[in-house]
Design a protein around this ligand. Structure first.
Ligand code: HEC
Length: 89
């Protein structure tokens, strides 16, 4: 049954390809969210979410480095939140 083996192999290749393609992708839910939204959801978990105007761009850069670790944020989330925070200054 040679053709059956080929079909099985083809199906398995497609499954593996889909798995590889989706494994490292950022979840769509994060891609769709704005920096302001991510700020509201993440930065008020442990303390009041600090207003963007509270710190300068340089200070936000350093603070986001600290809070990335504390909040367990991804690079993309940090980038979006930092852009939002810095836009107010
Ligand atoms: C897991 C808890 C947690 C989350 C989530 C969190 N923080 Fe914090 N944050 C802290 C703690 C604890 C401190 C106290 C000071 C410290 O340890 O740096 C702090 C302090 C701060 C300060 C005071 C300045 C400083 O560096 O000490 C700012 C500003 C701040 N956080 C901003 C944010 C922003 C913006 C976010 C969202 C991206 C965030 N935090 C998310 C725990 C958290």
């Amino acid at each position: 049954m040679k053709s059956q083996k080929i079909i099985t192999l083809a199906v398995m290749s497609v499954i593996v390809a889909i798995f590889i393609a989706t494994a490292c992708k950022t979840p769509q839910a994060i891609l769709d969210k704005s920096g302001a939204q991510l700020w509201g959801e993440n930065c008020a978990r442990c303390h009041n979410a600090p207003s963007p105007a509270t710190y300068s761009d340089d200070q936000w850069h350093i603070i986001m480095g600290h809070m990335k670790i504390k909040a367990g944020l991804t690079d993309l989330e940090v980038k979006k939140i930092a852009t939002f925070l810095k836009s107010a200054n």
